[in-house]
Ligand binder design. Structure first.
Ligand SMILES: [Zn+2]
Length: 253
């Protein structure tokens, strides 16, 4: 309803509103990581000394990865979630907001072509009825659906919060990653060797669900990222290609 006595419209806000709350955001500050003074490659965001771009190889996979990334994680150059999208042709990245889901993600979760699994440990009893194992992934493949690994990309603490505070994930089966793999991630100190970083979680899920080739490419690319970044912290240039580098170069032909 509108009439001549209605209030004039509010002037359009020129502030940068948070899409989740509609409230103005605080001014953005650049995330200052260790080594943020170095010159970074525009393509891969690694220090130019050991750039990752020559080793980018695409790989096809049956399963897909959709990352739900904590906003803070986007700004960290040591984030490994982004490596997944560099390799797998079909990867979606969504930013997690506590108050409102990403509409595109919600629409995709309802798309019957996909069979999404939220990747999370099964260490709490209150969602035990949702827990499945890797056989459930093979089963949806046999029924012609596309398995999707929804990975919560953040610290363990952030991931727990994302899991608990995202009602649109509540209907999804929970797939805990079972693996003997110990982390090879060198850029942040893990609380435990059993805590894999985001790229490693994707690698193991791909391998266990039958996408071995994509898993191998991503594993090599992860090693190259790891080594290149770690060496750049000491201003050392990798002159001789590592074994993983050579394998990726060979794939490019
Ligand atoms: Zn680069």
């Amino acid at each position: 309803m509108s009439d001549a006595t209605s209030k004039p419209l509010e002037p359009t806000s020129l502030t940068d509103d948070d899409p989740a709350t509609g409230h103005p955001r605080p001014p953005r500050r650049e995330f200052k990581a260790r080594g943020s003074f170095v010159t970074r490659c525009q393509g891969c965001n690694l220090p130019e000394l050991n750039c990752l771009c020559p080793y980018q190889v695409k790989a096809d996979s049956t399963a897909q990865v959709w990352l739900l990334t904590h906003p803070i994680e986007h700004f960290k150059p040591t984030n490994t979630g982004r490596l997944i999208g560099d390799v797998l042709t079909q990867t979606n990245v969504f930013t997690w907001y506590r108050t409102a889901p990403d509409k595109a993600l919600v629409a995709l979760l309802e798309d019957p072509r996909y069979a999404p699994f939220v990747i999370f440990p099964d260490d709490q009893p209150d969602y035990a009825d949702r827990v499945v194992d890797i056989h459930a992934v093979h089963a949806v493949k046999q029924h012609g659906r596309i398995p999707v690994f929804v990975i919560l990309d953040g610290t363990w603490r952030q991931a727990r919060r994302m899991f608990r505070k995202s009602p649109y994930l509540d209907a999804l089966p929970v797939l805990p990653l079972r693996t003997e793999r110990e982390t090879r991630y060198r850029l942040r100190k893990p609380a435990s060797k059993a805590h894999l970083c985001t790229a490693e979680v994707a690698i193991e899920l791909l391998r266990q669900s039958g996408d071995e080739n994509a898993a191998d490419v991503l594993d090599d690319y992860f090693d190259v990222f790891n080594d290149s970044y770690a060496e750049s912290r000491y201003y050392r240039k990798i002159v001789e290609p590592t074994a993983a580098m050579q394998r990726l170069l060979d794939r490019k032909g």
